[in-house]
Design a protein around this ligand. Structure first.
Ligand code: ADP
Length: 301
C-alpha cells in the first residue's frame, strides 16, 4: 500500500514509529507537513498539492493533526476524503474531538460517564457554576488548554470564585468540573483502534500534583482496565466516530468518567509503558480497512 502521514514533524517518536512499522510490513509511506499542503478546490477534481506536486495515488491517509492547526488540518483531510482516499480518522470526527464542549455533549447524549461539568463564558454566574460542579473543591479548566495548562484545582469557594473571575477577564470559555478526588492524581489512557482497546496505561501525577500529564512530570505504567472501562473507552471513540483514539478517563466512585478523547494520540507513552507495538497495530488496521470511498461520516452532531 501507499500510505501518507499528515504531520508537521517527521522526527517525532509517533511519526517515526508509524514509518518504521509501515516499512516493516512492506508498505510505502511518506510524511508531509500538513501546513505545507495547499489545495485546488474545484468541484470536479479536488486536489491536494505539495511543493508543486499533486499528492495522489495513496491508499490511506493517517492524519496526525496537532491541536493548534485543527482548522487547516481538517480542510486538508477533507480534501483527501473528497477524492475518495481512505482517511483512518475522518475530518468531522477529528473536529468533534477537538471541541471539548461538543464532545462532552455528544458523550453525554449517549449516556457515557462524565465528570459533572458546567460550562460558561461569562463569570457573572460563578455561584451557580460552582454549585453545578458540587461546590469546593472543584476543578476549573480553560476550554483551550493542553498538557494540563489552564487546569486549576480550587480548594475553597473563594479560590474558585477568583479563578473564574480571572478566566473571565481573559475573555475565555471555561468549565467548572466536579473534582474526582478518589482518582488520586491518576488517570487512565485507553488506546482504541477499530473499536477495540489495544493497550491501556495509568498515568500518575508526581507527588502533590493532581494532574497526571506526562508533560508535567507524571509517570506511566501498563494497567489492566475493567470491562466497564473498556466498554466506556470503545463507546466514547465510537460516539465521536474515531477509528483511532486515546480515551482519557478518571476512576471515580461512580464508575469511569471520560475527560477527553484524543484523535491523534501519542505513541511514545503508551508503547513505552506497555511494550506493545501500537504503530504496527495501526498499520494492520489500515491494511484491513483501507478501501477507496470508505471514509464516511459516522454519528450525528
Ligand atoms: P489537558 O487536556 O490540558 O491535559 P485535562 O482536562 O486532561 O487537561 O486535565 C489534566 C489532568 O488533570 C488530567 O489528566 C487529570 O489527571 C487531572 N484532572 C482533570 N480533571 C479532573 C477532575 N475533574 N478531577 C480530578 N482530576 C482531574
Amino acid at each position: 500500500m501507499r500510505i501518507l502521514v499528515l504531520a508537521r514533524k517527521p522526527s517525532l517518536y509517533s511519526h517515526a514509529r508509524l514509518v518504521e512499522a509501515a516499512k516493516k510490513r512492506g508498505h510505502e509511506i511518506r510524511i508531509v507537513n500538513t501546513l505545507r499542503c495547499y489545495m485546488n478546490i474545484s468541484s470536479h477534481r479536488p486536489e491536494v498539492r505539495y511543493q508543486g506536486e499533486r499528492l495522489e495515488g495513496f491508499d490511506a491517509v493517517i492524519p496526525r493533526i496537532g491541536a493548534s492547526i485543527t482548522f487547516y488540518g481538517m480542510a486538508v483531510v477533507r480534501q483527501f476524503e473528497m477524492q475518495g482516499v481512505y482517511c483512518v480518522n475522518e475530518s468531522v470526527a477529528i473536529g468533534r474531538s477537538r471541541d471539548k464542549l461538543r464532545s462532552l455533549q455528544l458523550l453525554a447524549r449517549k449516556g457515557i460517564g462524565l465528570p459533572v461539568t458546567g460550562f460558561a463564558h461569562s463569570p457573572g454566574d460563578s455561584d451557580d457554576l460552582i454549585r453545578i460542579a458540587g461546590g469546593a473543591p472543584l476543578v476549573i479548566k480553560l476550554l483551550e488548554g493542553t498538557h494540563g495548562r489552564g487546569v486549576v484545582l480550587a480548594d475553597t469557594y473563594n479560590a474558585a470564585k477568583s479563578v473564574i473571575e480571572s478566566f473571565g477577564a481573559l475573555d475565555a470559555y471555561f468549565m467548572t468540573q466536579e473534582f474526582i478526588k478518589e482518582a488520586g492524581g491518576a488517570d487512565i489512557r485507553a488506546f482504541v483502534i477499530g473499536g477495540k482497546v489495544v493497550a491501556a496505561m495509568k498515568r500518575q501525577g508526581k507527588k502533590g500534583e493532581f494532574r497526571s500529564n506526562l508533560h508535567r512530570g507524571g509517570s506511566a505504567t501498563a494497567i489492566r482496565i475493567t470491562p466497564e472501562e473498556r466498554s466506556t473507552a470503545v463507546r466514547a471513540a465510537k460516539t465521536l466516530g474515531l477509528n483511532i483514539a486515546g480515551v482519557d478517563m478518571l476512576r471515580s466512585n461512580h464508575g469511569p468518567v471520560v475527560m477527553e478523547v484524543n484523535s491523534s494520540p501519542g505513541l511514545e507513552g503508551i508503547e513505552g509503558a506497555t511494550g506493545k507495538d501500537i504503530a504496527g497495530a495501526i498499520i494492520e488496521f489500515i491494511e484491513k480497512n483501507a478501501r477507496p470511498n470508505r471514509t464516511r461520516t459516522k454519528g450525528k452532531g
